[in-house]
Design a protein around this ligand. Sequence first.
Ligand SMILES: Nc1ncnc2c1ncn2[C@@H]1O[C@H](COP(=O)(O)OP(=O)(O)O)[C@@H](O)[C@H]1O
Ligand SMILES: [Mg+2]
Length: 594
Amino acid sequence: MNIKTQLAPKGLEFRYRDFVISDKYATILTVITYPKYINAGYLSSLTSIPGLKIVIKHIPLPFGTITKMINKEIAELKQDYEDERDKTRQEMIRQNYESMEEFVTMLAATQAHIFDFQMHVMITADTEDELAAKKLQVKNYMESMQMYAVPLMFEQEKVLKSIIPIFPKQDIEDRVGTPMPAPTMSAMYPFIFDSIKDPGLSTLLGTDFSGGVVLFNQFLYQIQKEHNRNNANMIILGTSGSGKSTAAKLFLRSHFRNNSKIIVIDPEGELEEMSRSLGGDFIDLGKGGEFGVVNPLEVVLDADTDELQQGMGYTVLTRTLQSIKAFFKYYDPTAEEDVITMLSEVLQETYKRFGMDFTTDYSKFTSKDYPTFDDVYATIRGKILSMPEATQEKAIMEKLEIKVRPLVGELKFYFDQHSTITPKSNFIVFNIKEFMNSADNIRNALFFNILKYAWGMTLDSSVNTILMVDEAHVLMNKQNTLGADFLAQIQRRARKYNTGTIIITQQPSDFSDEAVLTQGRAIFDNASYYLVMGLKKQAVEDLSKLIDLNDNEKEAIKRYQQGDALFVCGSRRMQIQIIATQDELDSMGSGGGL
Ligand SMILES: Nc1ncnc2c1ncn2[C@@H]1O[C@H](COP(=O)(O)OP(=O)(O)O)[C@@H](O)[C@H]1O
Ligand SMILES: [Mg+2]
């Protein structure tokens, strides 16, 4: 056995307009007519059809040959012109030879190089029927691009040899080419040289595939209108180790330098070094007690001017009740609807005891003024005691009592305290690593609780704020659409507060699950930017339920190396490479990683 027999196909049989190669049926179409005018990247829509092999040859032609060829044709046309009796046809011929004469003058004037352009499209299929269907589809598609292609009959073997570099020149090559000047030919190629060089305060993110730098301004909408870039929300996706956090840290660093406020939920505790070196606050949550606690009952003042006219208290308390319900659903995903409704009533009563209702001005309160779960529990106990008879309502209340009890018992240090967060800087990291390994429901409830609080810190519209959430899929719980709603709401409302989100996840699948797909779509639709790094096959399929990906992009994403990304930037999309220098990597610290 030698290399030749290894490489050679197991069977090869040429027929008059197709051939069989190993166990596949194939045919090669040769393009014989091109349109009069083409745009840059003309062939890109063709090369994005999966399963097609497109071969282009371009052979330099000496200037003399080409002018001789054209002049000969001009002479022929002029003769036709003389012989033609029909006035309309005559006029057409005249236009043709005039445009050719112009072409020759242009060639001479610009010294453009001329190439003999040859193009073949190879189609393969598993069965003969499939081949026929595919061939028709491709031909129609090409015709819509004003290209006409045919299988050269009885010459499939020559065409195949012509497109494989190891064979000598085939005689068909003298017949299938079309002379083209260099600028036209280069526009044929499917690459489009688009790049992102935003004005204003930008992040130097890396390079595009042509080696140009990518300068990206996440808040571009504030200084310039660009199609589909009307918010500052970004979603970063990729498997573990693909480089999401590294990219995110590049963003954070430049946002901080540009005087934006930074709020981060850091599930891996990987931002410690960076926040320390930037003089930020690294707040340990999940250790309970004296480190940092967020009271789930603390009110977030998310209400814009329109809503304030209906009364601030109304909006604020309604949102608060909604978010506490969401919190409770994370904590107890099986909690029934009647228990949740009862919780809402009990909460309202508790707030009332603290002088807080639908008409209150919440802007005057501080963390110490809000009730905690202890107070909610007291309300529940009081209600039970005041119900001597065993009623339906009492049964629900007792159920609620059992569910709330751990919150004021063994989980007291997480959930039953006044908030004790006192950041001193504009770079605030909530380290939640400590509780990422606790029971799912506790972890999810804490995560959500921090998110709500962190969101509350982004509501000062006088500064640009970045709210970054890593491992965001944790929030997409099938049994808790309320929680997913909350994240979708943040995405929708961020712009009002000059906030941009950076949502990071390794599991797009959690966003495309049937139960939360509506919310997942809203979260994605309300982001102008996606940075898609390497993903596995299933994750790519799930992601394509949330954003448009063509087949080429899907294939490419599966093969991305660390740092490679598809950057969807408003209406533009391109493959880029995120570049972090060694210095940058060092300054980001050693935490996190895989
Ligand atoms: N663009 C990059 N250039 C150089 N090294 C990188 C790049 N992206 C990631 N790395 C390296 O790979 C490690 C893991 O990347 P990370 O961003 O933490 O992945 P993810 O957050 O996706 O799990 C980083 O600690 C860093 O050393
Ligand atoms: Mg990471």
